[in-house]
Design a protein around this ligand. Structure first.
Ligand SMILES: C[S@@+](CC[C@H](N)C(=O)[O-])C[C@H]1O[C@@H](n2cnc3c(N)ncnc32)[C@H](O)[C@@H]1O
Length: 244
């Protein structure tokens, strides 16, 4: 998966538990390091990948007044559920979920890839230390686990389940797209995402929202109850199959 640098021994203990499960690949072009008090994934010919909610383009996005107009906020219907309990079962780097936390939702992230889960955990912990992101970060929790397993064992009801499986990679040249390409290589394809939707529909929740590129087929070939669309993406909205 990645090379593991010796500096990782200085990472905090909550990260060590996840890092220990990473299968080291000495031939990987990517190296996970603990530098400048944060986890960084060093990648050839590009800036390191860091999960950081406290600066850069993403920070400005979550500070903006338009954040309530974000597609994910519309899909949750944040006006109706301002303090929604959201279970994000394809957490990734937490960008969609952290938007929801910023506008008041409680967000429980579940991520199965140890490189991604350790970076997300680190990003949330550092966001707790920043005065402009701490309130949102305190509303977030990260669990390192396969979400199908999590859904089978957890009994706690939630309002919304959020699913955003990997999309097939498209060719783009900018730095931001390079980072997507690295992400694809680390995570692979979420070929079991249809099963995840099926498991989510058996869970005690009000609705399940699934992010898709506009041209993508329905996840698991299951027709949604409704859709919320933007120029490039849409959310397919599903209702649970079980009444609790
Ligand atoms: C496209 S990314 C999600 C991006 C995220 N919405 C964001 O805004 O940063 C999909 C992520 O879901 C994770 N994933 C896919 N299937 C999963 C499963 N069954 N359990 C836990 N995580 C899963 C992948 O490892 C990957 O990190």
């Amino acid at each position: 998966m990645v090379q593991l640098d010796k500096s990782l021994r200085y990472a905090p203990s909550n990260l060590q538990d996840i890092i220990q499960t990473i299968q080291e690949d000495s031939r990987s072009p990517y190296q996970l390091v603990w530098q400048e008090q944060r986890l960084q994934l060093l990648c050839p010919d590009m800036l390191p990948l860091i999960c950081d909610f406290t600066q850069g383009e993403y920070f400005h996005r979550i500070q903006s007044a338009g954040i309530r107009g974000e597609l994910v906020a519309k899909a949750v219907n944040i006006k109706k559920y301002p303090q929604a309990n959201v279970l994000d079962i394809t957490a990734g780097m937490g960008q969609d979920g952290f938007i929801l936390a910023t506008i008041g939702a409680q967000v429980h992230f579940v991520e199965r890839n140890p490189v991604v889960a350790s970076m997300l955990t680190d990003g949330i912990e550092r966001a707790k230390l920043n005065s402009q992101t701490s309130v949102a970060a305190e509303r977030c929790k990260v669990t390192f686990e396969d979400s199908e397993h999590f859904l089978n064992r957890s009994k706690t009801a939630v309002d919304i389940i959020h699913i955003d499986p990997m999309f097939p990679e498209r060719k783009k040249s900018a730095q931001v797209k390079k980072s997507m390409s690295v992400f694809h290589q680390i995570v692979g394809k979420d070929i079991d995402a249809g099963d995840l939707l099926k498991a989510a529909r058996q869970f005690n929740c009000k609705k399940i929202i699934v992010k898709r590129p506009n041209a993508a087929p329905y996840l698991g070939e299951i027709n949604p109850s409704s859709q919320i669309k933007s120029k490039k993406h849409r959310y397919d909205v599903y209702l649970p199959l079980v009444k609790y």
